[in-house]
Write a protein that binds this ligand. Structure first.
Ligand SMILES: [Zn+2]
Length: 305
């Protein structure tokens, strides 16, 4: 790809992200094929979602600008959980079993040129949410898959084609990964715990959070093993070091709080969990909380107590 070709690919992608930013700012959360067809982006008429397959390679572009994963109610093959490797990176399967199929080559081109992509994620009830910008950072040919980085950071060598295409604030905000991966993380963590608080098994999803064990503000990754489904109260108690969780999945309550005398909420909601095992854990061992991360967090709890 020549530098001019790469700039054109970048310009179209950036226009696509800007369009998505605006749609989302207006409250649109999910997109259909129809929504993303016939868009005018950087002077060209482009479709942003594939019609049939997972990988999208429009005729005008040399590299794939988007991939798609359909919604599967049984949780199989969803990008948010099963596709997370032990390194914390996601995986996207190639099409078929030929790494040189033209669609796989179009993805490889995006990887080699470090071009950002959109990952369309099917959601329950129809439509797709958009995860962007993502980057392909590696290839595992024996497993027929690409390694995906969704914690996108600005690529130092990207020179935006014109002043008009300067990054707008909402896009910058996404690049600082504030809410980019929040929804997939939440969805994955809640599903792993069957939508129940790990501490008390409370099951009302509106009052459940996907808590980070290692806080994302200090570099914790949005992977299931760094997550816990907690109800609002236990999440707040965990964050304020009132409640700790040992690497053996046992709940501890801060000794001061344990000694307090208050009403039934304190007694039944907090104190009675002291010394209890977590009530809910993911069935799959590979999805259970990372003991090392729990231990680090637990040491902080002990220090604070
Ligand atoms: Zn709870």
């Amino acid at each position: 790809m020549t530098p001019a070709e790469r700039l054109r690919e970048l310009a179209i992608r950036h226009a696509a992200f800007t369009w998505l930013d605006r749609q989302r700012a207006a409250g649109k959360e999910t997109f259909t094929q129809e929504d993303t067809t016939g868009l005018q982006l950087a002077g060209e008429t482009i479709r942003l979602m594939p019609t049939q397959q997972g990988i999208w390679k429009p005729g005008q572009l040399a590299a794939a600008p988007a991939v798609r994963t359909v919604y599967r109610p049984d949780g199989a093959d969803r990008p948010y959980d099963d596709a997370v490797g032990t390194d914390g990176f996601y995986r996207y399967k190639m099409r078929g079993d030929d790494p040189n199929h033209f669609e796989n080559r179009a993805l490889r081109e995006a990887m080699i040129e470090r071009l950002p992509l959109i990952w369309w994620l099917g959601v329950q009830g129809g439509g797709y949410s958009a995860l962007y910008p993502i980057f392909l950072v590696g290839e595992e040919r024996p497993d027929l898959q690409f390694v995906v980085d969704i914690d996108a950071v600005p690529q130092p060598d990207i020179v935006w084609p014109s002043v008009e295409l300067e990054l707008d604030p909402s896009y910058r905000q996404q690049l600082t990964k504030i809410r980019l991966h929040q929804r997939p993380f939440r969805a994955a963590v809640l599903r792993a715990y069957k939508t129940s608080c790990a501490v008390c098994s409370f099951r009302h999803s509106d009052l459940l959070d996907a808590a980070h064990i290692h806080e994302d503000s200090t570099g914790g990754r949005p992977v299931i093993t760094n997550g816990l489904t907690l109800c609002k109260m236990h999440h707040a108690a965990y964050d304020r070091q009132i409640l700790g969780i040992t690497p053996d999945y046992e709940v501890r309550i801060n000794s001061d709080v344990l000694a307090e005398v208050d009403g039934p909420m304190l007694r039944h909601g907090i104190q009675e969990f002291h010394g209890q095992q977590l009530m809910v854990l993911p069935e799959r061992r590979t999805q259970r909380p990372d003991r090392l991360l729990l231990d680090q967090r637990y040491q902080a709890f002990l220090t604070a107590g």
